[in-house]
Design a protein around this ligand. Structure first.
Ligand code: SF4
Length: 64
C-alpha cells in the first residue's frame, strides 16, 4: 500500500487501522479505502443503539 495518497489535493497517509469507505469525507484517502486521521471518534445518535447503523463517525467532515 502506498504511504502517500491524495485528499483534497493534499497528501494523506492511510491509517491501516481505520478502514473506511466514506469517500465523501474530507479525511478519506481517496486512492485507498482508509482514513487519514491518526484516531477517530465513534459515537451514536440513538439512546439505545442496537445495530451498526446506530453508530456514527463523529470525526466526519464534509468533502468539498
Ligand atoms: S473521519 Fe470517519 S468517515 Fe471520515 S474517513 Fe475517517 S473514519 Fe471515514
Amino acid at each position: 500500500m502506498d504511504n502517500i495518497c491524495t485528499n483534497e489535493g493534499k497528501s494523506c497517509t492511510p491509517n491501516s487501522a481505520i478502514s473506511c469507505t466514506v469517500t465523501n469525507c474530507a479525511h478519506h484517502c481517496k486512492d485507498v479505502n482508509y482514513c487519514g486521521l491518526n484516531a477517530i471518534e465513534v459515537g451514536t445518535h440513538e439512546a439505545n443503539p442496537t445495530e451498526d447503523q446506530c453508530t456514527d463517525c463523529r470525526s466526519y467532515r464534509k468533502y468539498h
